[in-house]
Design a protein around this ligand. Structure first.
Ligand code: SF4
Length: 415
């Protein structure tokens, strides 16, 4: 088993022209995402319509409003991660009126010689006008910063939120390109968890905070090359992530509602985005047979503890043809979970949630290429016991902060 998800595979090591850690060059590329999108019907969403925002506002009652404030920090590790992610909230774009190292202009010493932090450089850097070379360079830079997968697309206008969550102000974003950065939530931990125990939120925030950290640095780097760029991460989005992932060739929409599923990571990742005007060659959407696979599998719908995921057919919703999901039920489950912190059972049980080993890459290839094998794939997944927690290797501590005290919860699997 490859424990380090960042280890590049042997194929890449032997082919220096391959820059991606996963064999994305083997995927079938298509002109349109496999999810039908009726662009005339897609409207730009107000970010305050999200389930979590509504919970924090009190739309689901006082108890949920209180739980919303503690459902991540009630577990000490996810609390540490959300603090770090929060520190990145104001580092997404060039600071207004700030100088070097984030100091106010008035406080910057006159003899300071380096470029002010985060500003778009006045002169464009040499060698930045070739879109093919720059796309390759930006991907290599993101991988150097420890991204797991990267894709690039033109930014669809309908992916831009209409209004900000923080202050409700209208969003004016006119960047041409979007760079999507995926971070794996860790297979080693995913194998052990039930999906809704005490490590669940930490897996999410590992990927939220890391992808946000990389996006903020990448956006700052691009601004230093002389082009506008803004990072978008869990603590400060101006764009909806799923349509960008579809167009950037990083996955297909799956049965788990608005979730995009990647052929190498499954749904076990979180993403951050950089939008920019730096000229970049774009990727194309991918088709690995997921629409057919999800139509047959339905494992997430069966296992979802809140019954939020439908086992029925797709419907047209806000211009997307997708499987419906009950966002309110899902939000209440994740916030109100008394047996753990958060919930990701759908991610845990998905047959595409596998390690990057030769055996699993072979199975994945078969599922992608041979439609008749897909039913056997779901059956074999159950037979081999994937989807069940493996607490024999559990590494984390079960703890819950209650009224300021750390306690061992009744649901603890500590051994
Ligand atoms: Fe699709 Fe099955 Fe994964 Fe659900 S569990 S997203 S139906 S492949």
């Amino acid at each position: 088993m490859i424990r380090n998800p960042r280890l590049r595979n042997r194929e890449q090591a032997n082919n220096r022209h391959l820059i991606d850690p996963y064999p994305v060059h083997t995927l079938k590329r298509v002109d349109q995402p496999t999810t039908r999108i009726n662009e005339a019907e897609v409207f730009r969403q107000h970010e305050q319509t999200s389930g979590f925002y509504r919970a924090g506002r009190g739309d689901f009652g006082e108890h949920m409003q209180q739980e919303y404030r503690r459902f991540v920090p009630k577990y000490p590790l996810s609390g540490a991660m959300v603090s770090m992610a929060g520190a990145l909230a104001d580092l997404v774009d060039e600071p207004v009126g700030m100088g070097a190292a984030g100091m106010p202009d008035s406080a910057v010493p006159k003899n300071m010689s380096w470029a002010p932090m985060g500003q778009v450089a006045e002169k464009k850097a040499p060698f930045t006008d070739n879109p093919e070379k720059m796309a390759r360079h930006i991907k290599e830079t993101a991988y150097f910063l420890r991204a797991d997968l990267v894709g690039i697309c033109e930014l669809p206008v309908y992916a831009i939120y209409s209004h900000q969550k923080q202050d409700g102000k209208p969003i004016h974003l006119n960047h041409k390109y979007a760079i999507a950065i995926l971070i794996d939530q860790d297979w080693h931990t995913s194998r052990q968890t039930s999906g809704n125990d005490w490590i669940s939120n930490s897996m999410s925030f590992l990927a939220y905070s890391t992808s946000g950290f990389i996006a903020c640095m990448l956006a700052d780097y691009i601004r230093r090359l002389g082009y506008p760029a803004r990072a978008h991460h869990a603590m400060n989005y101006q764009v909806a992530v799923p349509p960008i992932l579809l167009w950037a060739g990083l996955g297909e929409m799956c049965r788990i509602g608005d979730i995009v599923l990647n052929p190498f990571l499954g749904p076990r990742f979180k993403a951050a985005i950089v939008t920019t005007d730096l000229p970049l060659a774009i990727d194309k959407p991918i088709d690995f047979g997921l629409q057919d696979f999800c139509a047959k599998c339905k494992k997430c719908a069966t296992e979802c503890p809140s019954g939020s995921i439908s086992d029925k057919d797709k419907v047209m919703y806000h211009g997307y043809e997708k499987w419906p999901v009950d966002v309110d039920k899902c939000t209440k489950m994740r916030i109100g979970n008394k047996q753990g912190s958060g919930c990701g059972v759908c991610i845990k049980v998905c047959p595409w949630n596998k390690p990057n080993t030769l055996f699993h890459r072979s199975i994945s290839w078969t599922m992608r290429k041979l439609p008749f094998a897909r039913r056997f794939g779901v059956w074999g997944d159950d037979l081999l016991g994937y989807g069940k927690p493996d607490y024999n290797h559990k590494w984390w501590l079960d703890l819950e902060t209650i009224n300021g005290d750390l306690q061992v919860p009744n649901s603890s699997k500590n051994r």
